[in-house]
Design a protein around this ligand. Structure first.
Ligand SMILES: *[C@@H]1O[C@H](CO)[C@@H](O)[C@H](O)[C@H]1NC(C)=O
Ligand SMILES: *[C@@H]1O[C@H](CO)[C@@H](O)[C@H](O)[C@H]1NC(C)=O
Length: 441
């Protein structure tokens, strides 16, 4: 089962007998060679030009298959239909959340007699095609889950040996996104070749299907991932273990990302993104300030925004945070550059992200877990690679609440007060010399 960062150790010996997959590999090798020489830098499917936004069941609903005991929360067509309904009626779709995504545990325990995947007949009595039609009728898109290995992480039939037939099945059903997990791959070679093969198989269906990978997560314990290569096959990729509904989990993801930012940040851009996993805002484990931190930093990291919460029952405060248009605009900024940690002092971290139109997003995070709000002062010359406020900039606080902080000169000191484990998110707007507003004396 899924266990934090240790899941990458689950590469296990293949259980079923050897399959004829490698008998197909000359064709694959040719295709891969063609893709390779075409010099593409991102997966060429026209998707994920900005980070994907939607809802994904895993963190909140896990592998709950007990519809007798817990009909409201089990993994069933009803859950996804209700989520789709609420996404439209409660304004989620209007602010950009578009994909309704199924994670593990949707499958029947066996393929059908033709080798095709089938949904659990009790929990999805009308099948995935019906669910896709319903989701499309709401103007939304449907995501599904499978695994590169012989089994999914929860032990349902995996795609290994069936990549083409599974891609065709998903396309037939009208699926719009595939989250492809990495449990039960035979070894690193079959993991990597499997991820590539599925990318090709999806393309071959002719349907635009967004491809969400976990390739680097499962590869890293054995070999350094090559992000130039991963970008050519995937629209986003998980690097680190599953998120949990806790501050320590969010904190670990941020610390890991910062410590690997030299390789991660250049890999991100329109068409391909680093995926630090789901937003757990609106659940049980994060304080209000920690929810603000997750939202702010996921925007700085240009992360896909997949909420995993119960949209049927969410506090107005968490809803407003997740629907905050200014934060979403930072996440979705068309320049498509991922932000990074600029500095880390004893208690504070400063992160920044370059935005289009000569703007910068800056997040100041207070890591202190004792005491009250802390004051942090930074010279504006340190921000925006030295030019964030040259010759001057207009600073707007976006979170925790929107507030105009006014015009700052290049050499001003910026002072913010940040709650423990909370974040202040700012937007710095610089001006071209000629468009520079008159400073008041
Ligand atoms: C398949 O790949 C080709 C070449 O990279 C691309 O032009 C085409 O749009 C892709 N098709 C789909 C459905 O993703
Ligand atoms: C990474 O992959 C790219 C594209 O396939 C390739 O050109 C490059 O040589 C690889 N880098 C390393 C270090 O293997």
């Amino acid at each position: 089962m899924r266990m934090g960062g240790s899941r990458a150790d689950e590469l296990r010996p293949e259980r079923s007998r050897a399959f004829t997959f490698w008998g197909l590999s000359p064709g694959l090798a040719l295709v891969l060679a063609l893709v390779g020489v075409s010099g593409v830098t991102a997966l060429d499917n026209g998707l994920a030009l900005t980070p994907t936004m939607g809802w994904l069941h895993w963190e909140r609903f896990t592998c709950n298959v007990d519809c007798m005991e817990d009909p409201e929360n089990c993994i069933s067509e009803q859950l996804f239909m209700q989520m789709a309904e609420v996404m439209v009626s409660e304004g989620w779709k209007d602010v950009g959340y578009e994909y309704v995504c199924i994670d593990d545990c949707w499958l029947a325990s066996q393929r059908d007699k033709d080798g095709r995947l089938q949904a659990d007949p009790k929990r999805f009595p009308r099948g995935i095609r019906h669910l896709a039609n319903y989701v499309h009728s709401k103007g939304l898109k449907l995501g599904i889950y499978q695994d590169v290995g012989t089994l999914t992480c929860a032990g349902y039939p995996g795609s290994f040996g069936y990549y083409d037939i599974d891609a065709e099945t998903f396309a037939d059903w009208g699926v719009d996104l595939l989250k492809f997990d990495g449990c039960y791959a035979k070894d690193v070679k079959s993991l990597v070749e499997g991820y590539k093969y599925m990318s090709y198989a999806l393309n071959k269906t002719g349907r635009s299907i967004l491809y969400s990978c976990e390739w680097p997560l499962y590869m890293r314990p054995h070999q350094q991932p090559n992000y130039t290569e991963i970008r050519q096959y995937c629209n986003h990729w998980r690097n680190y273990g599953d998120i949990f509904d806790s501050w320590s989990s969010v904190k670990n993801i941020l610390a890991w990302t910062a410590s690997h930012q030299k390789s991660l940040v250049p890999a991100a851009g329109p068409g391909g993104w680093n995926d630090p996993d789901m937003l757990v805002i609106g659940n049980f484990g994060l304080s209000w300030d920690q929810q603000i931190t997750q939202m702010a930093l996921w925007a700085i990291m240009a992360a896909p925004l997949f909420m995993s919460n119960d949209l049927r029952n969410i506090s107005p405060q968490s809803k407003a945070l997740l629907q905050n248009k200014d934060v979403i605009a930072i996440n979705q900024d068309p320049l498509g550059k991922q932000g990074y940690q600029l500095r880390k002092d004893e208690d504070f971290e400063v992160w920044q992200r370059p935005l289009s139109d000569l703007a910068w997003a800056v997040a100041v995070l207070n890591q202190r877990e004792i005491g009250g709000p802390g004051t942090y002062t930074i010279s504006t010359t340190a921000l925006g690679e030295g030019l964030g406020c040259a010759p001057a900039c207009l600073i707007t606080q976006i979170l925790p609440v929107k507030k105009e902080l006014g015009l700052y000169e290049w050499t001003s000191q910026l002072k913010v007060r940040v709650n423990p484990t909370g974040t202040v998110l700012l937007k710095l707007q610089t001006f071209q010399q000629d468009k520079f507003p008159k400073m008041s004396p």
